[in-house]
Each structure stands twice: as structure tokens, then as C-alpha cells.
Design a protein around this ligand. Structure first.
Ligand code: BGC
Length: 369
């Protein structure tokens, strides 16, 4: 056989493998009150099935196998679009923005001008305001192994300056769901996008996440005041219940008499990731000893908000009536630090015309035998 033919054969085998691995399909998931159709995309690989929809560019489900090969959905969500419309509180699966997490008093100064954005959380602004990116309908287009969602947020949207164009691309690569973000603006602005999925590696409805073990690749975190606004300090995790440098059971210290935990009713803080802003690094690893499922998170972002679903209070119910009670899901929101526009010492969230901000996060799933 000539080398040329061998090359052609190898190439076609590669293409066949790729084709066998990935598929992307699209369907309608529902309609908003003004009649806008919401599309849902199903991404399938040999290891994971992930569904994402155009409302809030949200992850709706991620199905993957446990150590015995049993497949379950590992993110909290609803089986119908009506569930998402009825829930204005949890941000299940959403891309949050224009500014993920909090801005103190909804106020910041940019280029000498003071901007006011909605105070929708105890006098502070949370997740972009009253109508954040989680409640808007994004435009979708299929791409290789996934879907790209696009949102154009107009100059003045929720009080933020500049027309911001955001592209969020979800792609599935074997057992990894990858999220690529890119953002541009036509005026100076601030931006901080993240994904707000709540994971439960035991599967939705399996109880709380308090028995899962987690490692966070962080030596410091950003302590807050009682409104969960960073004080500006980067505090060492050493000798505190915030220390997850070695994998630790999440529930082990959650009720400790430690101010940060008491203020938030559990974990709801930003950890300062080791490694440079913009470089890909491991952020977290979560392991559920019961199902054996493991999730590893990598990111280019400088921080991660680890949130133990403290405000889930049983109001909302998922597929089959499962009650979303306190601690039934955990979020690992890769991000710039909360309230960065008011903390010049934090990595900047400013974006200027002519710049493109890129960021990338992966969630990789496996199971130990
Ligand atoms: C915040 C929590 C907030 C939650 C809303 C998290 O990112 O840190 O304080 O309650 O989002 O679901």
C-alpha cells in the first residue's frame, strides 16, 4: 500500500470516529409570553448528552454515567420551559451577565462617570440586574460539536454603558463540555460572564451535595461583608473551613462557627485561583463517593464562586416533582471577582472598543470504578 493511500485511509477513519462521537440536534422547547420560540440544542458524544437552550443560553441538562454505567442528569433544571419562566430566582444553568455576581450598591465609576445599575439584591446589584442575560433570548447557530449563542446587549441595557456583543459557544468533546466566551463593546464598559449551573453528581433528586468531596485549587478567597460584597482583602484559606486545597467533604465544616459561612448560610464565596488570569488551569475537582462520578473544572478565569445552593428553599420542583431544597446543588461559577469595578486591585473587568475578551471553562465528567 502506498503511503498516500495509508494517509487517505487514516484520514477517513478519523472522520468516521469524529462523526460517530458527536451529534447536534435542535428542537423547540417553548415560547416566551410575547411568542418568541425558544430553541433547545442537544449535544451528544460517546460519554455525555448536554442540552442547552436559547433562553438565557442555559444548560438544561447534562446526562452522564455513574460507576455502574447508570446514566443520570447531573444539573438542576426543569423538564418544561414553563418551569424556567416561573423561576426568577435560581439562575439554573444560565449565562449570567452583564456582570455575574454582585456590584456594591449597583454603582461604579468608569472614565470619571458614575453608573447606576439595578439594586435587586439587598441594596446591591446581582447577576446583571432585574433583567440580566439569564432572562434574555439568545440567537443560536450550530457549530462543529456544539452551538454558539449570541446576545447583543444595547448601550444602556440595565444601566450599563456600551453595546456589548457576547458569543458563548458550548461544545462537547468526548466527556468534556467546553464553554468559550468572547465579548466586544462599542464603548468602555465592564463585563463578567459565567455559567450558573447547579451540579449534583449523584443525579438530580439524589439528595444534597454535602457528602460530595471537593478540591479547589486556591490558596486565598475574597472575604465579604454581610451583603456578600468583597472587603477587598485576599485572605488565606489556611486553617479555615475555606481550605479545599486537599479534597474535603463539602458538608464537613459547612456549619462551623466561621464568619464567612455564617454570613452566607454556607459556602457562597469567590476563591482566588492559583495561576495567571487568562491561562488555562484546574479550578476544582468534585467527587461523589456514592455514584463514583467525578467532575473536573478548568478555566482561564482568575476566580471561582463556589456556592452550595444556600438559598434553594424547596419552592421550586424539578422533573418528577423533585424538591429543590437547600444544598441540593452546587455551583462552580468561574469568573472575575465580585464587585471588581469598585476594587482597582482586583483583575480588571473593563472592556474597551477594539478589544475582545476571551475566556474558557471546561467541565469534564468521569466515574471511578
Ligand atoms: C450568588 C448567590 C446567589 C445565587 C443566586 C450565586 O452566584 O453568589 O449569592 O444567591 O447566585 O442563585
Amino acid at each position: 500500500m502506498t503511503t498516500r493511500w495509508l494517509g487517505v485511509m487514516l484520514l477517513s477513519m478519523t472522520i468516521a470516529t469524529v462523526a460517530a462521537h458527536g451529534s447536534v440536534t435542535k428542537a423547540e422547547f417553548g415560547k416566551t409570553s410575547d411568542g418568541t420560540a425558544i430553541e433547545i440544542y442537544t449535544l451528544k458524544s460517546d460519554a455525555v448528552e448536554a442540552r442547552v437552550m436559547t433562553y438565557g443560553a442555559r444548560v438544561v441538562s447534562i446526562k452522564t454515567a455513574d460507576k455502574n454505567g447508570n446514566v443520570a442528569d447531573v444539573v438542576l433544571g426543569y423538564d418544561s420551559f414553563a418551569g424556567y419562566l416561573a423561576d426568577g430566582k435560581t439562575y439554573f444553568g444560565a449565562i449570567v451577565g452583564r456582570y455575574g455576581n454582585r456590584i456594591a450598591k449597583g454603582e461604579f465609576v468608569l472614565d470619571g462617570k458614575t453608573y447606576q445599575v439595578p439594586k435587586n439584591n439587598d441594596g446591591n446589584s446581582l447577576h446583571g440586574g432585574t433583567v440580566g442575560f439569564d432572562k434574555l433570548v439568545w440567537k443560536a447557530r450550530e457549530v462543529a460539536e456544539g452551538v454558539e449563542m449570541t446576545l447583543v446587549s444595547k448601550d444602556g441595557d440595565q444601566g450599563y454603558p456600551g453595546t456589548l456583543t457576547a458569543h458563548v459557544r458550548y461544545t462537547l468533546h468526548h466527556n468534556a463540555l467546553r464553554i468559550d466566551y468572547s465579548m466586544t463593546t462599542d464603548k468602555d464598559t465592564v463585563v463578567n460572564l459565567t455559567n450558573h449551573s447547579y451540579f449534583n453528581l449523584g443525579g438530580v433528586g439524589s439528595g444534597t451535595i454535602l457528602g460530595e468531596e471537593m478540591m479547589l485549587a486556591a490558596d486565598k478567597y475574597t472575604p465579604t461583608d454581610k451583603g456578600l460584597i468583597p472587603t477587598g482583602e485576599l485572605a488565606s484559606v489556611e486553617g479555615t473551613p475555606m481550605d479545599f486545597r486537599k479534597a474535603t467533604v463539602i458538608g464537613k465544616r459547612i456549619n462551623d462557627n466561621f464568619e464567612a459561612l455564617k454570613l452566607a448560610g454556607g459556602y457562597d464565596h469567590n476563591w482566588v485561583l492559583r495561576g495567571a488570569n487568562g491561562e488555562i488551569k484546574t479550578a476544582a475537582r468534585v467527587h461523589d463517593p456514592v455514584s463514583g462520578r467525578v467532575m473536573t473544572v478548568t478555566t482561564t478565569e482568575p476566580g471561582v464562586q463556589f456556592y452550595t445552593g444556600n438559598f434553594l428553599d424547596g419552592t421550586f420542583h424539578g422533573p418528577g416533582g423533585v424538591v429543590y431544597a437547600k444544598n441540593t446543588g452546587l455551583c462552580l461559577e468561574t469568573q472575575h471577582y465580585p464587585d471588581s469595578p469598585n476594587h482597582p486591585s482586583f483583575p480588571t473587568t473593563e472592556l474597551k472598543p477594539g478589544q475582545t475578551r476571551h475566556s474558557m471553562t471546561t467541565f469534564t465528567f468521569s466515574a471511578d470504578k
